[in-house]
Design a binder for this molecule. Structure first.
Ligand SMILES: [Zn+2]
Length: 268
């Protein structure tokens, strides 16, 4: 009797946790499950990011580095203004934005939770100009703003621990959470290839990325040309960015269909 009461209690606790952990992606309004407290996720992210920066060479090209930082700050500012306008100015308070250009021939870029953005010099010939850079950085920043890493880890956590062990796994710095993070970002960040996001998350990052670049004053129509250049460059050895971001015709068509919406946010 006592035992089943305890079970019921734990069951209710888990349901309560799941409801509390349900959040909404900005702009798209999609409901998602984020089980890991933002502060905990960011702490893991920041230490992994520091490791990465320590073990990689930053670009010595001042003009290119400044361009990356400039585009990043513009998008950051636009996103912050958006949340302030929505009456949620504290939404990104745990973010510690950083935008770095790393000397590496890989065609790659990523953003870790909490706003740590890295662009590789190898992607610059494909981005071509500041607007092209805004396409890539807007997309990567969108993954972070939409909490895709948390969502992916939360799904992993449920698969891994099942129902009742969940609250245990959520304890600060629990091994399960740490392992999931390392699987997604840790070891991946060392070699520069993060685990691929789901298709739903990729489409969502494309959609939000278009809107974020437009809000920051970059013409979202240029996104189509960027992905076409990416597709053209995929002949031969597939670049790292493409292996996680297949730039097939479906993706490009979907982007085209989202341009009119993004244009409503565009302030040149
Ligand atoms: Zn992506």
């Amino acid at each position: 009797m006592l035992k089943s009461n305890k079970k019921t209690f734990l069951g209710l606790l888990v349901i309560g946790l799941l409801i509390a952990a349900c959040s909404t992606v900005p702009v798209t309004g999609r409901r998602q499950l984020n089980l890991i407290p933002g502060s905990q996720l960011n702490a893991m992210s920041f230490s992994q990011y520091d490791e990465f920066i320590k073990s990689h060479k930053l670009s010595g090209n001042v003009a290119q580095t400044n361009k990356v930082k400039n585009v990043g700050r513009k998008i950051q500012g636009a996103v912050e203004r958006y949340f302030a306008d929505q009456g949620d100015p504290g939404r990104l308070r745990d973010y510690k934005w950083e935008f770095n250009l790393v000397e590496d021939s890989a065609v790659n870029a990523w953003c870790m939770p909490g706003g740590k953005v890295v662009v590789y010099t190898g992607i610059l010939p494909v981005t071509k100009d500041e607007t092209g850079l805004a396409v890539v950085m807007g997309h990567e920043i969108a993954h972070a703003i939409a909490n895709h890493g948390n969502e992916r880890m939360s799904q992993g956590l449920i698969a891994l621990t099942g129902g009742v062990a969940l609250s245990k796994a959520l304890e600060n710095k629990s091994k399960e959470t740490q392992d999931l993070f390392l699987a997604a970002y840790g070891v991946g960040a060392q070699v520069g290839v993060l685990l691929p996001y789901s298709r739903v998350q990729e489409s969502e990052a494309d959609h939000l990325g278009l809107i974020f670049m437009a809000m920051a004053g970059y013409d979202p129509r240029q996104a189509v040309s960027f992905w076409e250049r990416m597709a053209a460059g995929s002949k031969g050895a597939p670049p790292e960015f493409l292996s996680t971001h297949p730039s097939d015709q479906t993706r490009i068509e979907k982007l085209k269909a989202e341009i009119p919406e993004a244009m409503t946010y565009y302030k040149p």
